[in-house]
Design a protein around this ligand. Structure first.
Ligand SMILES: C[S@@+](CC[C@H](N)C(=O)[O-])C[C@H]1O[C@@H](n2cnc3c(N)ncnc32)[C@H](O)[C@@H]1O
Ligand code: SF4
Ligand code: SF4
Length: 498
């Protein structure tokens, strides 16, 4: 197998990366031991240690671990033309939305209650609903309170970066080793189209002047984090016609400053109602446009492709939201005593599962390489219904989203996810639901499911989509590789492909 072939076995151990990028990200690493203290794949051990349980910093880890956000930071020091934090809807899952704002003490009670019920919990993040760095006192007080109760959680913050340079040393002091900065531009002229104003050192700045200050503070903050060995993820909102092509430049600049991951997220235009972009009718990118841009970024800063653009009070595995089970009225009056045992046992199970998956993927990789060695097989995008664990383990009718994988002779790569309304809601035969599912599956010819009813299977077939239910509970990559090898390669025994 050639050296640029993605290794399925390394996928099982480390984060998935596009074929043309290095096997594992090392950005953000300021340690002189980098490269010598080998961890997983090509990733140094001290970096792997920081990301292996983090569902956002490792695509692989999101199959096993959960995160929660606490909405303790409502205030913000800038205005983005797409952000609306005024709506409070329990059913809306998007950034800036929260059912209730919490004090640091309430937040600590909530974290303890979630940790007692969700052993997968590994990360506590503060993602607003405003800005965690502008509201720094509440952010810091929250981490202080929580660390008294749960010493083994990882902490994350998310910020527009304007106030970040003022708190770099305090961040390191609070043991926060993951920071997200939203960087939508490195050119203030483009910035002026996204940010109507910023509020800095007691004064309001508008237009190019405001955007230039923001840009300079973002770069200073990113460099400061990198030099302190804090891993950074850069969020960029892709806004067609405004910064979409410019994000290639952003990717180069952040890579040069040591960013660990680049998370290019689509503008959610529905969420922008009541904002400047909502009024101007600014659209978000189509899935194919987002993928095109992500493909152009291959070879630059490593990409996060599995972000679910969560609420400011999200709880649970990515793609799942338990926030309504942990509202203030449902919490105990006093923080529950923390029992670390269920979480320790869960981690043991995950390590066994990881080892098993690595072995299975190694076998699939060999099978795929052998089957397609001599042929020019087309790259295919496939959709998968999964509840987690990296397996095909969800009924088509229960899927709220599809995970999308790309497969070709080089291997199987995670490509992203697409929201699909639960096909079962509203009952079978609801044409609107079917339309939503078909729109989500645009450009996809094959969907892998644990199970599917005969009628939806026929509906999909009429739309030119094949539902494959021959691999229930198998690992996604082994099933997709096996299916591809049989469909396009030279293997003698044919599987029961539905
Ligand atoms: C609500 S913000 C809170 C954290 C911080 N203030 C920031 O902007 O990074 C969390 C993330 O949601 C993104 N966001 C807000 N509104 C959005 C929208 N309508 N579409 C896509 N992303 C959005 C922000 O750009 C940011 O990356
Ligand atoms: S910086 Fe964050 S919270 Fe503030 S307006 Fe922009 S997206 Fe909203
Ligand atoms: S918004 Fe993205 S990065 Fe943040 S918790 Fe959700 S999935 Fe992770």
């Amino acid at each position: 197998m050639s050296s640029n072939v993605i290794s399925l076995s390394s996928i099982a151990r480390g984060p998935m990366v596009p074929a043309a990028t290095p096997a594992a990200p090392t950005g953000g690493c300021s340690s002189s031991s980098c490269g010598s203290d080998k961890g997983q794949g090509d990733m140094p051990a001290h970096i792997w240690d920081k990301v292996k349980d983090h569902p956002c910093y490792s695509e692989e880890a999101h199959h096993y671990f959960a995160r929660m956000h606490v909405a303790v930071a409502p205030a913000c020091n800038i205005q983005c033309n797409y952000c609306n934090r005024k709506y409070d809807c329990a059913n809306e899952s998007r950034p800036g939305v929260t059912s209730e704002k919490l004090t640091p003490e309430q937040a600590a009670r909530k974290v303890a209650a979630v940790a007692a019920k969700v052993p997968q919990l590994s990360v506590l993040g503060i993602a607003g609903p405003g800005d965690s760095m502008f509201d720094w006192k509440k952010t810091a007080a929250t981490f202080r309170e929580v660390s008294k109760l749960l010493p083994d959680l990882k902490y994350c913050v998310s910020t527009n970066g304007l106030a970040l340079p003022d708190h770099l040393d305090e961040l390191a002091g609070h043991n926060i080793d993951h920071v997200t900065i939203t960087i939508n531009m490195v050119d203030p002229e483009i910035g002026a189209l996204i940010y109507p104003w910023i509020y800095f050192k007691g004064k309001r700045y508008t237009g190019i002047e405001g955007a230039r200050i923001l840009h300079e503070r973002q770069m200073e903050g990113l460099e400061g984090l990198t030099s302190r060995g804090i891993l950074t993820k850069i969020n960029s909102v892709m806004i067609p016609g405004i910064n979409d092509q410019h994000l290639i430049e952003v990717n180069k600049e952040i890579k040069a400053r040591g960013a660990f991951l680049h998370n290019v997220m689509p503008l959610i235009s529905d969420a922008a109602h009541g904002t400047a972009f909502g009024l101007s009718g600014q659209r978000g990118p189509k899935p194919a446009e987002l993928k095109d841009l992500q493909d152009k970024l291959a070879g630059g800063a490593n990409l996060m492709r599995h972000c679910r653009q969560c609420r400011a009070d999200a709880v649970g595995m990515l793609g799942e939201d338990l926030s309504q089970d942990f509202t203030l009225d449902k919490l105990p009056e006093v923080a529950t005593a923390y029992d670390p045992e269920p979480r320790r046992l869960y981690r043991e199970v995950v390590e066994r599962e990881r080892a098993d998956r690595a072995k299975a993927l190694e076998g699939a990789e060999a099978e795929l390489a052998e089957a397609v060695a001599e042929i020019e097989a087309p790259a295919k995008l496939v959709a998968v219904c999964t509840k987690g664990g990296g397996r095909i383990n969800q009924h088509f009718g229960h899927a709220k989203e599809f995970q999308i994988f790309e497969v070709d002779a080089k291997g199987v790569r995670f490509s992203g996810h697409r929201k699909a309304d639960n096909y079962c809601q509203g009952g079978y035969g609801d044409d609107d639901k079917l339309d939503v599912v078909l729109a989500a599956l645009e450009g996809i010819e094959t969907v892998f499911v644990a199970k599917i009813g005969r009628c939806p299977k026929d509906d999909l077939k009429k739309a030119g989509i094949e539902a494959v239910d021959a691999y229930p509970f198998e690992y996604i990559e082994t099933a997709v590789a096996g299916w591809y090898a049989q469909r396009f390669g030279q293997v003698s025994d044919t599987a029961d492909i539905a």
